[in-house]
Ligand binder design. Structure first.
Ligand SMILES: NC(=O)c1ccc[n+]([C@@H]2O[C@H](COP(=O)([O-])OP(=O)(O)OC[C@H]3O[C@@H](n4cnc5c(N)ncnc54)[C@H](OP(=O)(O)O)[C@@H]3O)[C@@H](O)[C@H]2O)c1
Length: 258
């Protein structure tokens, strides 16, 4: 049985993504930080899909040690990792380690999940990592990743984090190519959620619409072997952020140093 992890799994888009993966018969592990929300999500998805192989893991994705420990306790292979969790607090907050929260969760969380879980994906047939990103991206400053110099505005901080997710997609794609692991970035859609309301945005698409392109990147047989690309509306799109190879490598090195 193929195994998948979906992060942010009880969120608006995450739940629709997890449902789509469960419908394909994967053993799905739902990841989030609220155990009771995870348990309720698991029960919903099990009854909706008839898939009895849905489990969950409660952890905080802004915490490197929790991700590392989860990867160490993981048994067997992993075929699909979908990094979807994200946060955008209205005020600047920091993790107990003193890392700005959006950078820790939306960027380093993706980085650490890829770094530690790719070990379980090496050599698996059609292993894929999908990073849920956004067209709403930009203003990355490699000299101020944690907004200590610039004023904190959650929308700008969020846009930076989503640019970084697209750049890290390319950085990991190059590193994991030889291990047969594809890494893709997917814009989801404009969906009403806790995240979008923190940004002051509405959302005119359903969670299922938002899940469509991440699921396409995760499951479409024709994309087997395609790596390092950005997709929106089920189409490959040029990504201006990933063309600057020096910046991509610098971001990777800065993340690695945390
Ligand atoms: N909504 C949109 O219009 C839109 C557009 C483009 C891209 N996206 C992308 O789609 C993805 C999903 O967003 P969404 O709109 O579905 O938001 P959402 O409903 O707020 O879901 C985000 C999920 O991430 C979880 N999360 C946040 N911080 C976490 C942490 N430290 N550890 C573990 N879990 C954590 C949240 O859990 P808690 O509830 O416990 O915080 C929640 O389950 C994000 O990557 C976002 O950037 C969304």
């Amino acid at each position: 049985m193929r195994k998948a992890i979906v992060t942010g799994a009880y969120g608006a888009i995450g739940k629709a993504i997890a449902r789509g993966v469960a419908r394909q018969g994967y053993h799905v592990t739902l990841v989030g930080r609220d155990k009771s929300a995870l348990s309720a999500c698991r029960d919903d998805l099990a009854s909706e899909t008839g898939n009895d192989h849905i489990t969950f893991k409660a952890l905080d994705l802004s915490q490197k040690q929790e991700i590392k420990a989860f990867a160490e306790e993981w048994s067997g292979p992993l075929h699909l990792l979908i990094n979807n969790a994200a946060t955008t607090p209205g005020r600047r907050t920091e993790t107990p380690q003193g890392i700005e929260m959006q950078f820790a969760t939306n960027v380093l969380g993706y980085f650490w999940m890829m770094k530690y879980f790719s070990e379980h994906m090496k050599g698996q047939d059609d292993a894929r990592i999908v990073n849920v990103a956004s067209y709403w991206a930009g203003d990355l400053d490699l000299d101020d990743l944690e907004f200590t110099r610039r004023p904190y505005d959650n929308d700008t901080v969020y846009r930076q984090s989503k640019q970084a997710d697209r750049m890290l997609t390319v950085a990991f794609a190059e590193r994991l190519r030889q291990d047969g692991i594809s890494v893709l970035a997917a814009h989801s859609g404009d969906v009403s959620s806790k995240l979008s309301s923190s940004l002051g945005h509405g959302g005119w698409e359903s969670p299922e619409d938002g899940a469509e392109t991440p699921l396409y990147c995760a499951l479409e047989p024709e994309l087997k072997g395609v790596t390092g690309k950005y997709f929106a509306h089920r189409q490959k799109e040029a990504c201006r952020f990933s063309q600057d190879e020096d910046a991509v490598e610098r971001l990777y090195a800065l993340c690695e140093a945390y």
